[in-house]
Every structure is written in structure tokens, then in C-alpha cells.
Design a protein around this ligand. Structure first.
Ligand SMILES: [Zn+2]
Length: 113
């Protein structure tokens, strides 16, 4: 939501959740052939340096395969998108707090800088 509003405020227009596209990206920029994913750090397994990816304390036998599967699916979807000629940006939940940096990343990504 924050990413959407920010992107909109930067003057970019996009479509939401394209169900036809691999991974159903959150923001789609058809003219640019670019998409943005906004990923929750826990569900999508941001890297180990991220405090939000800490494993739950119980039922690890359930969580590990489930979350590992999410991660693999993301990678597959991203690869499919690339093969279709799209470029993507992943915005992680923990990166949203710093609006300034986030805005810079979005601009750089969309302008191809
Ligand atoms: Zn994170």
C-alpha cells in the first residue's frame, strides 16, 4: 500500500496485481515492461540479515518446507518473467520504512538508471 502510494506520488501509473503474470506482481508498468513485487520478509524469506525472517519457535517441520517452497516459487516466477522480457524489482517489507531510499530505488528502477 505504501509502495503504491509512493509510486503514484512520484508520478508513475501502473496496474495492480496482474493475475496473468508469473508471480502476480503487485505493480505492473506495461509500457516499460517492468514490475514491482512487494514482499513480506517472513513469507518470502528475505535474507538472513533481516530481523523479520526469524523462524517461528515451534512447528519448524511445518514452516521450513512451506517457506522454502515460497522462496523457490518466487525464484521460478522471477525467472519466468525475465524470460518473457520483463524486469522486476523486489521491495522488501523491511525496506519500506526508509521512504527516501525507497523512492530513489523505484525511480532508478523505472527509469532504468
Ligand atoms: Zn527484510
Amino acid at each position: 500500500m505504501i509502495v503504491r502510494r509512493l509510486t503514484h506520488a512520484l508520478g508513475y501509473r501502473y496496474r495492480l496485481h496482474s493475475r496473468k503474470m508469473p508471480g502476480q506482481p503487485d505493480l505492473v508498468f506495461p509500457g516499460r515492461k517492468k514490475v514491482i513485487f512487494v514482499h513480506g520478509c517472513f513469507w518470502h524469506r528475505h535474507d538472513e540479515t533481516c530481523p523479520l525472517t526469524r523462524w517461528p519457535k515451534s512447528r519448524l517441520d511445518f514452516w521450513v518446507p512451506k517457506l522454502e517452497q515460497n522462496k523457490q516459487r518466487d525464484l521460478r516466477n522471477q525467472q519466468n518473467l525475465s524470460e518473457l522480457g520483463w524486469t522486476f524489482l523486489v521491495v522488501w517489507e523491511c525496506q519500506i520504512k526508509d521512504r527516501e531510499a525507497l523512492a530513489q530505488r523505484i525511480i532508478q528502477f523505472l527509469e532504468g538508471l
